[in-house]
Design a protein around this ligand. Structure first.
Ligand code: SF4
Length: 306
């Protein structure tokens, strides 16, 4: 029995949780490779035109996995604290079921509604039962998986905080969803370009989510989406410590278009640039814009323009 895990969307938030769980219950899994041109093309062919890039990427990864495993893992996570997830996440199981309805593909559903107590644990029990694993083994695996995820997030946040305090480079806060910043095709070229330009990218997503969501309440009372609240709180927390802000988004994202507008209206003291990534090839245009942006940051800091 091999479970296929698509390297897309929520994988970039819960990789440790899921992989530790499967390791502990002894179920083999295969993770699809880093996003590449072929995966993008597969997803774009399967998705409707209006789909956002991360949805196309997800479908591309599932298409890649469908003949390399016995079942494909399809998560659905609803958030807590009264905040919502983008509808693209909530509809993921139905979208996948419909898109691959003519393929002989088995799906392993993982459905978490964090509004209901213990729902996450129950989702793991359900999955374990489906996979024929003993309840006691699932219970232990879940505890180990939660710990692994918690430590991973904690170390990542601590490392980033240390970097923020110690670096003497130009600091650029990159505000982007986990599945955008973590993706080889979407986020990696931006991070590479910033580093090549001599900057230190600070990743908003790596800041503690619960703390950020709390902080975000002081900035906006109405922003509905939990993941955007996480990013908003990180921006508010780090704004005074960075030299500029990159808003990295994918086309066409409804929540981000509203969110970016809010940021640009509220945060006016430092330079902000919005970069939108689509399915097209090449990042030359983005790199040129980043170069000009970093020139401005250097100039403002009193350094030499490159
Ligand atoms: S928030 Fe935007 S990019 Fe993310 S899934 Fe929703 S529409 Fe797509």
């Amino acid at each position: 029995m091999v479970v296929g895990i698509p390297r897309a969307m929520l994988f970039y938030k819960y990789e440790k949780l899921w992989t530790t769980f499967f390791d502990e219950i002894g179920v083999k899994y295969v993770i699809s490779p880093e996003t590449n041109r072929e995966i993008i093309n597969r997803g774009a062919n399967l998705a409707i035109d209006e789909s956002c890039l991360p949805t196309k990427i997800l479908l591309g990864h599932i298409d890649y996995l469908k003949d390399k495993c016995d079942m494909v893992f399809v998560p659905r996570v609803e958030f807590s604290c009264g905040y919502k997830m983008c509808t693209k996440f909530l509809s993921q199981p139905d979208l996948v079921k419909n898109t691959f309805r003519d393929d002989d593909i088995k799906l392993l559903f993982y459905n978490v509604d964090k509004n209901k107590p213990h729902k996450e644990r129950k989702a793991f029990y359900k999955m374990g039962k489906y996979l024929g694993v003993k309840r006691s083994q699932v219970k232990y695996a879940y505890i180990m998986a939660k710990q692994a995820q918690m430590f991973y997030e904690m170390f990542r946040a601590q490392n980033q905080q240390r970097l923020l305090e110690e670096t003497s480079k130009i600091k650029v806060l990159v505000v982007a969803h986990a599945y955008n910043i973590g993706d080889k095709y979407v986020g990696e070229p931006i991070i590479k370009a910033l580093k090549n330009l001599g900057c230190e990218p600070i990743i908003a997503e790596y800041t503690n989510a619960n703390e950020c969501i709390q902080i975000s309440c002081g900035v906006s009372k109405t922003l509905p989406w939990a993941y955007n609240r996480h990013l908003l709180g990180a921006l508010e927390k780090h704004y005074n410590d960075v030299d500029g802000v990159v808003l990295l988004t994918t086309f066409p994202c409804g929540p981000d278009s509203m969110f970016n507008d809010l940021i640009i209206r509220k945060y006016k003291k430092k330079p902000i640039i919005t970069l939108t990534v689509d399915t097209q090839d090449g990042t030359a245009g983005i790199e040129t814009r980043l170069e000009s942006f970093i020139d401005i940051l250097n100039f403002k800091k009193g350094g030499a323009v490159q």
